[in-house]
Design a protein around this ligand. Structure first.
Ligand SMILES: Cc1ncc(COP(=O)(O)O)c(C=O)c1O
Length: 397
């Protein structure tokens, strides 16, 4: 059976060139980056190089990068780290209704501890409106956290415009307002420059850009202070204690460099596959609905609701034919609640339950697309035959 992986927003395979770069740091170059001797120095030099590579991907300085265990930790460190230090200045946070659970859950946690939260709507196209951000800013707002691109529908948020708003507030003399963006899905797919974006904090994850899981980074703009969430060591300039995962960090650095170098090529490739997929699916199937703004979105992702169908059922059907996709966020799959992101677009429950995310990667081919469309069309047709809702609608017609 053919196997086609279309779940690159959940995770990516490790690029063989990345494996090659990290391997020596698991074997002969195994030193602790904090050790004084030669082994330690070798590891330290490798970590420093990776820091420059990751910084370069987002136009930052190397000393503005803190390595973490992944996007989730970066988001926790950014949000809790700022809020806990800024508490005396204000206790209001602005965020969107479609953040990844690692942001949404962290903010829910603070809300339970007495913080006030404004959650911006995203309307039917999945995009936050600048006027809503502006209107939500209060004198006690200390943090705005809005993701750069969404993990389920791929919509790109007006991040640079939000950054400009924050800058304008600062120019008016405001000192205690910070801007964080979760760029986990955007990195390697959008050209990111932290100066243009104007953010103070930006989260990254290695496993979305063809490096291993369990590694990430937080950009912390020079001069921004936050409360470390993990203490008991001097690593990462006292901002994140714990022996550095040297081989993983080396891998992240190598993957960041490749992502930067190959971004245009990868984007052109995945966009071509995604567009081919969408055009054939549209011809083959009726009663489908694309979710999210179709222009302002990442080039590798398509999210489609199939009416009269339970997304989980369709996912299992596809899986039995070797096709890997996802319903909603990978991190929340396993629950049968309809995707809150799709619900936030104003879709009814049935459409939200019938949503599937297809996310393409650099190693997919046109043949993969053709195979998936065939399998998908057959699965949708047979599931609809079984669906009482569909039968009722056919009778009604
Ligand atoms: C937008 C977004 N933020 C954060 C994360 C969490 O990253 P990690 O898996 O590295 O903890 C993910 C992972 O799915 C994501 O898509």
């Amino acid at each position: 059976m053919r196997k086609v992986y279309l779940d690159h927003s959940a995770t990516t395979p490790v690029d063989p060139r990345v494996v090659e770069a990290m391997l020596p740091y698991l074997t002969e170059k195994f030193g602790n980056a904090s050790s004084v001797h030669l082994f330690g120095q070798e590891a330290r030099a490798a970590v420093d190089r990776a820091r420059r590579q990751v910084a370069s991907l987002i136009g930052a300085r190397a000393n503005e990068i803190v390595f973490t265990s992944g996007g989730t930790e970066s988001n926790n460190l950014a949000i809790r780290g700022i809020c806990e230090i800024a508490e005396a200045r204000g206790r209001h946070i602005i965020t969107s209704v479609i953040e990844h659970p690692s942001v949404g859950g962290t903010i829910d946690f603070l809300e339970k501890r007495g913080w006030d939260v404004t959650r911006l709507p995203v309307y039917d196209d999945g995009v936050v409106r600048l006027e809503d951000v502006q209107a939500a800013i209060r004198s006690d707002t200390v943090l705005i956290s809005v993701m750069m691109a969404n993990n389920e529908i791929g919509t790109i948020q007006p991040i640079a415009e939000i950054g400009a708003l924050v800058r304008a507030e600062r120019e008016r003399g405001r000192r205690y307002l910070w801007f964080h963006t979760d760029a986990v899905q955007a990195a390697g797919r959008l050209t990111i420059n932290v100066e243009t974006v104007g953010c103070d904090l930006l989260s990254l994850s290695a496993h979305k850009i063809y490096a291993p899981k369990g590694n990430g980074a937080l950009f912390i703009r020079r001069g921004v202070r936050l409360l470390p969430q993990q203490v008991g060591g001097h690593q990462e300039r006292e901002r994140r204690a714990g022996t550095e995962s040297v081989a993983n960090i080396v891998a992240f650095g190598a993957a960041a460099e490749l992502a930067q170098r190959e971004m245009n090529k990868r984007n052109e490739h995945t966009r071509r596959l995604r567009d081919r997929f969408e055009s054939v699916v549209t011809k083959r199937l009726d009663e489908i609905r694309f979710n999210g703004n179709r222009e302002q979105r990442l080039p590798h992702l398509s999210n489609i609701s199939f009416r009269f169908i339970e997304g989980e059922g369709l996912l299992i059907h596809l899986d039995m034919q070797g096709v890997a996709v996802s319903t909603g966020s990978a991190c929340s799959s396993g629950t049968l609640e309809p995707s809150p992101v799709i619900r936030a677009l104003g879709r009814d429950e049935e459409l939200a339950r019938g949503a599937i995310r297809f996310s393409f990667g650099k190693d997919n081919s046109a043949e993969d697309v053709d195979y998936v469309v065939e399998v998908l069309a057959r699965a949708v047709e047979s599931l609809r035959k079984l669906s009482p809702l569909h039968r009722r609608s056919v009778v009604a017609v």
